[in-house]
Design a protein around this ligand. Structure first.
Ligand SMILES: C[S@@+](CC[C@H](N)C(=O)[O-])C[C@H]1O[C@@H](n2cnc3c(N)ncnc32)[C@H](O)[C@@H]1O
Length: 216
């Protein structure tokens, strides 16, 4: 598969959501793209882009086949990913399949970076987990939170913080500060702090980063 790629594919990190968090370098690649591939949400950020656009498919095989075929015809194929490509994104699948020599990865500001900035904590000593589309990770997430002082978890509507909190209480972990960071950089951004029991009663937006801290 990798041998058939003609032109390099650029994977661009688009930041947490608002255009103001997209780096100048990332923007340069997006403006010059001949083909843009991304989710509907990311593509809608660039309505004036002078490029053919393709909505990102959840079908990975189809996605790779499409990227390979487009890169044979067009020089500047750009795949848009949210946040930073290095954190729970399609980027890994694409680079693993095509090889880094056939890709350029442009970093972006991650939702997790912005969440830590908003709560005024560093993230050099944090652990990162994702429940986004992966309920199978729940036990591992609970174990990680039980054993570490600072854990950031990406969750979604179905695989959410309430499930984590219930399991934490079942395993006797009651003392954690929980920061719920919703819609970061967007109009409805909201940052709230809870303890493990009180989080069972709240509603959380689908787009969120949850930070668990074991601190005084
Ligand atoms: C597939 S992951 C991609 C993460 C991305 N690579 C990053 O660096 O932020 C998607 C998850 O990121 C989190 N996320 C992305 N954008 C967000 C935002 N603006 N506010 C809060 N969470 C966000 C949510 O947990 C979402 O379910």
């Amino acid at each position: 598969m990798a041998k058939k790629i003609v032109n390099k594919v650029t994977i661009v990190g688009c930041g947490p959501g608002s255009k103001k968090f997209i780096t100048g370098y990332a923007m340069q690649h997006i403006i010059n793209a001949e083909v843009l591939i991304g989710s509907r949400r990311l593509l809608s950020l660039f309505p004036d882009a002078d490029a053919d656009t393709y909505v990102l498919s959840n079908n990975y095989k189809l996605l790779i086949t499409r990227i390979v075929s487009l890169s044979k015809k067009k020089k500047k194929v750009v795949v848009l990913v949210s946040g930073d490509p290095g954190l729970f994104s399609y980027s890994k699948l694409i680079v693993d399949k095509l090889g880094i020599e056939k890709c350029e990865v442009i970093p972006g500001i991650s939702s997790v970076q912005l969440a830590f900035a908003r709560i005024g904590r560093t993230w050099n000593d944090a652990c990162f987990m994702s429940l986004h589309g992966r309920l199978g990770n729940l036990a591992a997430v609970v174990k990680k939170i039980s054993n570490n002082d600072k854990v950031a978890v990406l969750t979604d509507n179905a695989n959410n913080v309430k499930l984590i909190a219930k399991k934490l209480l079942e395993t006797g972990v009651k003392e954690r500060k929980i920061f719920v960071c919703e819609n970061l950089s967007l109009e409805k951004e909201r940052i709230r702090e809870f303890d493990v029991s009180s989080i069972l009663k709240i509603r959380v937006s689908d787009l969120n980063v949850i930070i668990f801290l074991d601190e005084e």
